[in-house]
Write a protein that binds this ligand. Structure first.
Ligand SMILES: *[C@@H]1O[C@H](CO)[C@@H](O)[C@H](O)[C@H]1NC(C)=O
Ligand SMILES: *[C@@H]1O[C@H](CO)[C@@H](O)[C@H](O)[C@H]1NC(C)=O
Ligand SMILES: *[C@@H]1O[C@H](CO)[C@@H](O)[C@H](O)[C@H]1NC(C)=O
Ligand SMILES: *[C@@H]1O[C@H](CO)[C@@H](O)[C@H](O)[C@H]1NC(C)=O
Ligand SMILES: *[C@@H]1O[C@H](CO)[C@@H](O)[C@H](O)[C@H]1NC(C)=O
Length: 438
């Protein structure tokens, strides 16, 4: 006590003063460093996998650039490619235990050298399965040559119907942003999804669209979901338990509906524009984070988070097209899971004009083979769907993609006509504005 008083009474010596200044500066530097770390952690979703990568300088630059940008001062980030070249799509393809083969098949059916692919096997899959998948994919001549496929090496634990599904999607989008800065749309698929058009068809039709368009199936009519999804409070054990997949915990109390924003719900499958992904991942606005916290305790948050966000963000609600671009067969009335597609669904699938379908059972290879031969002109296992970039001959069963030409050359086929029909109907006067965020 006495000593302290004595110490306080003494004026500091010049050395002490200098020391204090140094300590003060160190403190400021540490604080700044911690602050930067925090900001960085916040933008990268505190995910464990990021530690396994080395950060390129471009990312740090883009963090500082977008953190201090005010939405009112600057327009949204300009999409990276100019309108004269075909756009680029970034796909997330995710799967679980036993999905590696189906996932590889879906990846090859979706492959185009211009696109970007993030592949994720969740933590229920064994380390061996993940390693084997990574080995197989990294040995593939096309993937090696174009370097546009990444396998997430540290798998996330995903709880079915839980917010860990949303964080996994955001995580994959963040990886796609960091690995490549040049894509225009982000498309979330699973190993039990399959394309019904070639990527040449997709890129051809998407090159005619505004790069800001988002395809999100949505409604504010929650119906039974209000009582069973919005009111109950639950906790996703995947958020804090690292090892085993478990079901959600429910809390006995219920909550009332929010008043700050309006809830929307819809399909968990969507095509999101680069500007909307930038807004979610790098965004200066608090809405993406506020809603993320709200949806932490929400059952089946992948069917609500993106929909509520896009319809409550005034910069984006006008860019929303009410469709998930999927053919999905449901029971009547719909149950939790969609019906498996079978060979005799083929005509229905094609006449939907949708670019993607689900859900294909693992034993459903007959239908996939038919789609490969009749809709995609895809060769055997291990081959990509040929497009304008494949210049080789098809003689004697040779893979035409063994000779590679210009990757901006598209050769759209009948699939592009089907997709055009669907998109122009979605953008028609009676469908587009009237079905937007209502
Ligand atoms: C890896 O490739 C081999 C040979 O093509 C195949 O038999 C195996 O099923 C593949 N494994 C995975 C996990 O995709
Ligand atoms: C993304 O894909 C997975 C399938 O692996 C799905 O379960 C999830 O709900 C999807 N959507 C979103 C928005 O996360
Ligand atoms: C969105 O569309 C509505 C109605 O068409 C219009 O009033 C509003 O100004 C638009 N908002 C933006 C940000 O473009
Ligand atoms: C494939 O699996 C599904 C579900 O697991 C089952 O309903 C169906 O009968 C199976 N089909 C064949 C051809 O084995
Ligand atoms: C296809 O096979 C025939 C007969 O074996 C051969 O003469 C021809 O050169 C082959 N074509 C190519 C492109 O390999």
């Amino acid at each position: 006590m006495k000593k302290a008083k004595h110490h306080l009474a003494q004026p500091p010596s010049p050395q002490q003063q200098r020391k204090r200044i140094v300590i003060f500066r160190l403190g400021i530097a540490t604080l700044l460093f911690l602050f930067t770390l925090l900001l960085f952690a916040a933008t990268t979703l505190t995910s464990p996998i990021l530690s396994s990568y080395i950060l390129p300088t471009s990312i740090t630059a883009s963090i500082t650039r977008s953190l201090f940008v005010e939405s009112k001062l600057h327009p949204l980030p300009i999409p990276p490619t100019s309108d004269s070249v075909p756009p680029r799509l970034a796909y997330l393809i995710s799967g679980s235990k036993g999905d590696a083969q189906a996932l590889t098949r879906t990846l090859l059916a979706l492959y185009h050298p211009r696109n970007r692919y993030v592949v994720h096997l969740d933590r229920e899959a064994s380390e061996e399965e993940r390693r084997e998948l990574r080995r197989n994919l990294s040995a593939h001549a096309l993937f090696m040559r174009f370097g546009n496929v990444r396998v997430i090496s540290k798998a996330n634990l995903i709880t079915y119907r839980g917010p860990t599904m949303v964080s996994n999607t955001l995580h994959a989008a963040a990886i796609a942003l960091r690995e490549w800065s040049d894509w225009d749309w982000f498309i979330n698929l699973s190993a039990s999804d399959y394309p019904l058009v070639t990527q040449d068809d997709m890129l051809h039709v998407f090159s005619t669209l505004s790069r800001n368009v988002n395809f999100v199936d949505h409604t504010s009519d929650l119906g039974w979901k209000d009582q069973y999804r919005a009111r109950p409070l639950m906790i996703d054990p995947g958020l804090y338990m690292s090892n085993k997949k478990q079901d959600l915990f429910f809390i006995t109390q219920k909550r009332s509906g929010p008043t700050q924003f309006k809830l929307f719900t819809g399909s968990a499958w969507m095509v999101l524009s680069r500007s909307f992904i930038d807004y979610m991942i790098w965004g200066w606005d608090t809405l993406p984070r506020t809603l993320l916290m709200y949806y932490t305790n929400f059952v089946s948050s992948p069917e609500g988070y993106f929909h509520t966000l896009i319809c409550n963000a005034k910069e984006f609600r006008n860019s929303t097209v009410n469709s998930d671009l999927h053919f999905i067969a449901w029971d009547n009335p719909p149950k939790q899971h969609p019906l498996y597609l079978m060979l005799n669904d083929f005509e229905k699938i094609v006449s939907s004009n949708a670019p993607f379908a689900r859900k294909f059972p693992r034993n459903g290879t007959a239908l996939l083979d038919k789609i490969d031969s009749e809709l995609l002109s895809k060769g055997g296992a291990g081959r990509a769907v040929p497009g304008g970039w494949c210049l080789g001959s098809r003689e004697n069963g040779t893979d035409p993609c063994s000779v590679i030409g210009k990757t901006t050359t598209l050769r759209p086929g009948p699939g592009s006509k089907r997709l055009e029909t669907l998109i122009s109907s979605l953008l028609s006067e009676e469908n587009y504005r009237p079905k937007q965020c209502v």
